[in-house]
Ligand binder design. Structure first.
Ligand code: IDP
Ligand code: MG
Length: 139
């Protein structure tokens, strides 16, 4: 089943010069790049993107972090790439993300700053469709 998913390389990935390494892993897995752009998120885009997390204790720190520098927004295409990219990314908390994953290999232990986990990936076909429309309305 060919799918599309939205991936974000978060500001920590861009600042630390890990964007290329993460894109290399995506391409090595066989996923196609459909769209890719370095850009600055806006409060409006992030409010839509993270709507499901509004009201949670980590919401505002997460939004502030996502505004702290440019992100790379990517649409990938490939066989079961929604599940597949999340498998490449690893668990949300880089401290416990498995070795071999982006977060496990490249994530640092930032204490409570779980938000600095390098990447976002859509978690379902419905989320992917919604998030691609937010970041790439022309697609
Ligand atoms: P996911 O990115 O693995 O799908 P979600 O639960 O959807 O994780 O959370 C969205 C983002 O919010 C995470 O990637 C991370 O940046 C941040 N986050 C999640 N849980 C926490 C937390 O407990 N503390 C701080 N940030 C968190
Ligand atoms: Mg999520």
């Amino acid at each position: 089943m060919t799918q599309r998913t939205l991936v974000l390389l978060k500001p920590d990935a861009v600042k630390r010069g890990q964007a290329g390494e993460i894109i290399r892993r995506i391409e090595a897995k066989g996923y196609a790049l459909v769209a890719l752009e370095l850009r600055s998120a806006t409060p409006e885009v992030l409010a839509e993107h993270y709507a499901e997390h509004e009201g949670k204790p980590f919401y505002q720190p997460l939004v502030d972090f996502m505004l702290s520098g440019p992100v790379v927004a990517i649409v990938l295409e490939g066989e079961r790439c929604i599940e597949g990219f999340r498998s490449l990314a690893g668990a949300t908390d880089p401290t416990v993300a498995a070795p071999g994953t982006v977060r496990g290999d490249l994530g640092r232990d930032w204490g409570l700053k779980v938000q600095q986990n390098l990447v976002h990936g859509s978690d379902s076909p419905e989320s992917a469709e919604r998030e691609i429309a937010i970041w790439f309305p022309h697609l």
